[in-house]
Ligand binder design. Structure first.
Ligand SMILES: [Zn+2]
Ligand SMILES: [Zn+2]
Ligand SMILES: [Zn+2]
Length: 324
């Protein structure tokens, strides 16, 4: 099923390019726009995005990786290098001279007031007696070395961690696919059509309404009220209504004394849903495109075991208006 929050979410992408990732204060990847658009009942926003990506409604595109401090979850660690012996950062790349006598030290040590001289054997330096290399010289311990160790440091808590110990987060943005656009257009067309049909029957309608019973508030696709007759209906739009979500929807409708209406946008429902609609406690309508609703629909064993969404969608779109 598509919840009102999910439909709100996907519909937003018909106007907006993408849902962009951010790193939240707790170091997790978050999508603030998505969190705002969804209802609490929709669950984890990242799970919702991934579910729609798996269905082909959304495309997830890799943006970048960021590294988060494993100590305090701050994003954006800085690169530095340290001495492999004492871990001090104060190890600086320096020109090191190695004298023929075996002594090696930073260039500055050889710089005597009256010329260049080995501080160890005190010989005046001759070019051919000296090897010059770039080395790291630690200022906190005697270590001299060619390659320092890599570290990332946190500007917030000053933790210093080996790069592989930083927490890696891959960031993805989500866009609407052409198929997703077709899908959301169909859900909205169904929503519009059922709303107009209710208005023609003198119902006052509210799309994406919040309805409250004794225990909870929830969003419904359409709330329709006939004040004169004291008649209230709530509408749920589904691709293929499944037994579980329809049962839950009917229970909620019952708790607010409203009649449940389920619209299938694929033209099919699960067998148990069809059986339930045989009685008077549930109305099932099939949206068959072209602004028409039909009381005829097909049944399938299970909504989940059907062919892929778009095969179903195209199959549904191929059904001529009014045909069973
Ligand atoms: Zn050191
Ligand atoms: Zn020397
Ligand atoms: Zn930190």
């Amino acid at each position: 099923m598509v919840s009102p929050g999910e439909l709100r979410l996907i519909d937003t992408l018909t106007e907006k390019d993408a849902f962009e990732p951010e790193i939240a204060d707790n170091g997790a990847v978050s999508y603030p726009d998505v969190t705002r658009l969804l209802d609490d009942a929709d669950g984890d926003p990242v799970d919702v995005l991934d579910r729609f990506a798996a269905r082909g409604v959304l495309a997830s595109e890799f943006v970048s990786k960021v590294y988060v401090c494993p100590e305090c979850t701050t994003e954006g660690l800085q690169y530095t290098t340290v001495c492999p012996a004492c871990e001090s950062e104060h190890a600086i790349e320096t020109t090191v001279l190695e004298h023929v006598c075996g002594y090696a030290g930073p260039e500055a040590e050889f710089d005597a007031e009256d010329g260049f001289r080995c501080p160890d054997c005190e010989m005046d330096l001759q070019t051919e007696d000296v090897d010059e290399t770039e080395r790291y010289v630690c200022n906190e311990c005697p270590e001299v070395f060619a390659v320092p160790e890599d570290r990332l440091w946190c500007r917030s808590c000053f933790a210093m961690v080996p790069p592989l110990e930083a927490t890696e987060r891959a960031l993805y943005q989500y866009t609407l696919t052409p198929n997703g656009k077709q899908w959301v257009d169909r859900q909205k067309a169904a929503l519009r059509t059922v709303t107009e049909a209710l208005q023609e029957r003198r119902f006052e309608t509210e799309i994406d309404a919040t309805v409250t019973d004794e225990t909870e508030s929830r969003s419904v696709h359409v709330l329709a009220e006939d004040g004169l007759m004291g008649d209230q209906r709530i509408v749920s739009i589904h691709e293929t209504p499944d037994a579980e979500s329809v049962e839950e929807f009917c229970a909620f409708a019952h708790s607010i004394d409203a009649h449940p209406v389920v619209v299938t946008t694929s033209g099919t429902v699960e067998g148990e849903v069809a059986a339930r609609a045989e009685g008077s406690e549930l109305t099932v309508l099939a949206f068959k495109g072209s602004e028409t609703l039909d009381t005829a629909y097909d049944t399938v064993e299970s909504a989940g075991s059907q062919q892929g969404l778009f095969q179903r969608l195209s199959a549904a779109l191929d059904v001529p208006v009014g045909k069973r």
